[in-house]
Design a protein. Structure first.
Length: 457
């Protein structure tokens, strides 16, 4: 019996020694495993993010209620590395989501800008080809050969005949001078011959100054007959645009009888808007088409830019000269004008990339794979489907040209929710500090109320 008790005690002692040895050597490993497990759990808890199902952009590192709608926050799946690294104002969109909303991008690049400045124009008379027909003598109109407005005349065509007592006297003076020369041809005084020749020349010049032609004067000299009425011929070619003379009318010196316009060349004056006038230069090519015949084209160049602005229409007049061989172009006709403008190479983007808020222009810039950021730019001229970029981007930048409104909205929502979250956390922090201060104040008052003897006890 005693032998069994001794064996049992011995076994218990050996087992105690074994347990003591195991605990002594395994305790560091157990502590290390416990620390690792605790850190892992803490890390997992730290990395756990909660979000609002109604407002997914609002997130928090602990459970609670959404400050916007009051719904309970739910755990969010672990974010990808790309999304975790998204900086402020950036939006991360996974490739799947990009495909779902149809995100498309394009590069910022230099483009040769060529545009057409379109304007409405009006055909006008070439002011250098407008002529007035006047008389230099006083008299009466006998016969009228050009007797209606719009009639075409050529240089040398008869216009009308005029009776003038002064003109009759001038003819008589010329014939008398010729007769005096004939009588004194056998005179031995050369001074008399020279004086008569001067008189003849003076009388002839007088008739020519009154628009009597050399042929009429030669005929007067040949026949020796003074004509009551002499014909006045047209000194210009063109169309009669104004007629102020009728048969039997008395005309005075300087009266305008006809206004003749040469329409072989006309002016086209276009009204170019104020914001386009800086692009217009002398010598630029111009295409002109009629509203009545849009298929017919006329070609010219900018010949003059008027130095003032029309205050009512806010336009500047630009003039072109056009040859009008068949007289198809008629004054006061409306035309369409296209002025070709070469602006050179300009940094540009697709027009669909620009979000115009009215006060500023925004584009969505691709920062890196899956990361997008709104960037403010300054745009210039617009040519076809491209905007010129003056500031904000550089060549090679990648911008969103489709679904950019959605990305911009998400970026704005993220920014707004972030501000709301900071404000909400700030309010809670202030409330905690106020409660803590109130609690400390209350404890201080309780201490002051205790009797002095209690402290000694």
């Amino acid at each position: 019996m005693r032998k069994k008790i001794s064996v049992t005690i011995l076994i218990l002692i050996i087992m105690g020694l074994i347990i003591f040895i195991i605990i002594k050597f395994m305790k560091p490993l157990i502590n290390q495993f416990s620390n690792y497990r605790g850190k892992k759990i803490a890390t997992e808890k730290k990395e756990q993010i909660y979000y609002c199902p109604m407002h997914p952009n609002y997130t928090s590192d602990k459970p609670g209620e959404c400050p916007i709608c009051g719904m309970n926050l739910v755990p969010k799946k672990k974010d990808t590395k790309e999304e975790i690294k998204a900086e402020k104002d950036e939006v991360f969109i996974s490739p799947e989501k990009q495909q779902l909303i149809g995100v498309k991008t394009d590069r910022v690049r230099f483009v040769n800008f060529k545009k057409s400045v379109r304007a409405k124009g009006l055909i006008e008379y070439d002011e250098r080809r407008l002529f007035n027909v006047t008389t230099k003598i006083e008299g009466y109109v006998d016969d009228l050969f050009i007797n209606y407005t719009g009639q075409m005349v050529k240089k040398g065509d008869p216009l009308f005949t005029i009776y003038s007592p002064e003109l009759v006297s001038a003819q008589q003076e010329y014939l008398l001078a010729l007769k005096s020369k004939e009588i004194s041809k056998d005179s031995g005084f050369p001074e008399i011959k020279k004086s008569l020749e001067g008189l003849i020349e003076s009388a002839r010049r007088k008739l020519k100054l009154w628009d009597i032609t050399d042929a009429q004067i030669d005929n007067l000299e040949k026949t020796g007959n003074v004509k009551k009425s002499l014909t006045i011929y047209s000194p210009y070619s063109g169309f009669v645009v104004e007629k102020k003379v009728v048969e039997g009318m008395k005309i005075m010196i300087g009266d305008v009888l006809y206004k003749i316009a040469d329409l072989s060349s006309v002016w086209v004056v276009a009204d170019v808007y104020e914001h386009d006038i800086h692009s217009i230069k002398l010598g630029q090519s111009v295409q002109i088409s009629l509203l009545s015949m849009p298929e017919k084209r006329f070609f010219s160049k900018v010949s003059y830019i008027y130095p003032y602005l029309e205050s009512e229409t806010r336009t500047v007049k630009v003039r072109m000269e056009v040859q009008n061989v068949d007289f198809v172009l008629k004054p006061n006709m409306y035309v369409n004008v296209e002025i070709d403008v070469n602006l050179g190479r300009r940094l540009s983007i697709d027009e669909t990339a620009v979000i115009d808020t009215g006060e500023r222009q925004i584009v969505i810039l691709t920062v890196k794979k899956g990361h997008f950021k709104p960037v403010e730019v300054r745009i210039g001229s617009k040519v076809e489907n491209y905007f010129e970029i003056l500031e904000g981007l550089k060549e090679g930048d990648e911008v969103v040209i489709n679904a950019n409104f959605l990305i911009d909205s998400e970026s704005r929502m993220k920014s707004a929710l972030s501000e709301m979250a900071h404000a909400h956390n700030g309010v809670k922090k202030e409330e905690k500090e106020e409660n803590k201060a109130e609690k400390e104040k209350t404890q201080g008052r309780e201490v002051e109320k205790k009797p002095i003897g209690e402290h000694h006890h």
